[in-house]
Design a protein around this ligand. Structure first.
Ligand SMILES: [Zn+2]
Length: 76
């Protein structure tokens, strides 16, 4: 069975646990910040999987673009 072209993943912003279904991580701390992010990492080799650099060529973060988008740090 072939994988779909893009898959939504859910990632915990605290411990970076990744799941295929949306759920609460850290169940004993039911706060909004422990709600997992919905991410779309795109296809293999997609630009979204690369770290983001600013207009001076400096990396904004070592995290891939899809993570920063999901975390709300950069605009889509
Ligand atoms: Zn977690």
């Amino acid at each position: 069975m072939e994988h779909p072209e893009s898959t939504i993943l859910y990632i915990c912003p605290t411990c970076f646990r990744v799941c295929e279904t949306e759920q609460e991580c850290h169940e004993h701390q039911m706060t909004a910040e422990h709600q997992m992010f919905a991410c779309n990492p795109g296809k293999l080799g997609d630009e979204r999987r690369k770290p983001v650099s600013d207009r001076f060529g400096k990396y904004v973060s070592r995290a891939p673009r899809w993570f920063l988008e999901a975390a709300g740090w950069i605009e889509d």
